[in-house]
Design a protein around this ligand. Structure first.
Ligand code: COA
Length: 339
């Protein structure tokens, strides 16, 4: 290389070196701030814990005392408000992992400290469900109408085992970060892991072949309902993001409530039909367990799981709808009174 060329490279390096020196200084500041942040987080966590403990004691003392007057009631209200503020502050602080997450992921922190981060994670979770629902729907349609091979069925069941395992982990992370997903839906996904595992190892027997068309039809229908669920959940998320920061806005903002109620009314018939289908499959499997050529324990096990899914889904969805309808009608009554 010519001398002039080497000199140019040297100049370029010297410029980069200067940039690198200033970068090192900035990085030092960054590390310092990180340490400050960690120590601030520790202080806030211990102060919040102290406040919460004291408020609990204060409230129980107030509840035990016989005096009921304006002052006592006022004090109780103030304590409840401060407890709520402490809970809100806690949401932006790191938390210890639940036992399940500690066992699976170890001590790595999965706390999402800001509301936009939490919403983005939830959106990503819904998109993941949408993509997998589309893949499983196409797979189920193929198995229902085009391919009938036990080996390909096994691939489908395996995909479902993997999908539900992943959902359980993602939902635990969401719950860790304040999501109000009902415990039943997580249990539902645990049961689905066991169910898909059972179908995966069910041998290619006469009972499997008798059950297969019913299960594949159910899978196609469920894939379709999962797409409808996605449009409902992503619509809720989109509106919540648009509404802003407050966590309890979803229950108070009327436009949101109306949209949610309309979406729910549209979705419900499809959901209840799914539950009836699950009950039917459980009945079908019970009948197959009495078949003279039935030797497999998988028939009874899958039937029992479908029945559990029917009971849990039916009661949880009905409870959610009942609670939501009470809130919607109460807020409508309030609005009518104001007019
Ligand atoms: N799976 C995962 N998360 C769920 C959920 C489900 N089935 N149902 C509700 N959630 C989440 C919501 O997104 C919300 O999360 P957030 O706190 O992070 O915002 C939280 O749980 C509270 O939701 P909630 O207000 O109780 O209900 P909703 O209005 O979001 O949804 C239903 C109500 C009935 C539409 C919904 O629960 C549902 O689709 N249930 C049927 C599921 C089912 O039966 N699946 C099997 C057959 S396909």
């Amino acid at each position: 290389m010519e001398n002039a060329g080497v000199q140019r490279l040297e100049e370029e390096f010297s410029n980069l070196e200067k940039e690198c020196d200033s970068l090192k200084d900035e990085h030092k500041v960054y590390i310092q701030k990180l340490e400050e942040l960690k120590s601030l987080q520790g202080k806030c966590i211990s102060k919040i814990n102290h406040q919460q403990k004291r408020y609990k004691i204060l409230l129980s003392n107030l509840n035990r005392s016989e005096t009921e007057n304006v002052k006592v009631n006022e004090l109780k209200k103030k304590i409840t408000k401060n407890q709520f503020d402490c809970r809100e502050m806690n949401e932006s602080l790191p938390k210890e992992n639940s036992l399940f997450l500690s066992v699976i992921l170890g001590r790595v922190s999965v706390s999402l400290l800001t509301r936009p981060d939490r919403l983005s994670y939830k959106e990503e979770y819904e998109r993941f469900k949408l993509n997998l629902s589309l893949i499983t729907l196409i797979f189920a349609i193929t198995l229902c109408f085009l391919i009938e091979q036990r080996f390909i069925d096994a691939l489908y069941h395996f995909l479902l085992v993997w999908y539900y395992c992943t959902l359980v982990i993602r939902e635990s992370i969401l719950r860790q970060n304040g999501s109000r997903i009902k415990g039943w839906w997580v249990t539902h996904h645990y049961l689905s892991v066991v169910l898909s595992g059972t179908l995966l190892i069910w041998p290619d027997s006469i009972t499997y072949q008798l059950f297969r068309p019913h299960f594949m039809t159910f899978s196609v229908y469920m894939g379709f309902v999962q797409l409808l669920q996605y449009y409902y959940q992503s619509g809720c998320l989109y509106r919540l993001r648009a509404l802003g920061e407050k966590r309890d806005m979803d229950i108070t903002v009327e436009g949101f409530q109306q949209w949610m109620w309309r979406g729910l009314q549209f979705l419900l018939p499809f959901l209840y039909l799914t539950y009836m289908f699950q009950l039917y499959l459980s009945y079908k499997l019970y009948g197959l367990s009495k078949h003279p050529q039935c030797d497999e324990w998988m028939v009874g096990a899958a039937g029992a799981i479908f029945f559990l899914l029917f009971i849990g889904n039916f009661t949880t969805t009905s409870r959610v709808v009942f609670e939501k309808s009470r809130k919607v009608f109460a807020s409508r009554r309030q609005a009518n009174h104001k007019d």
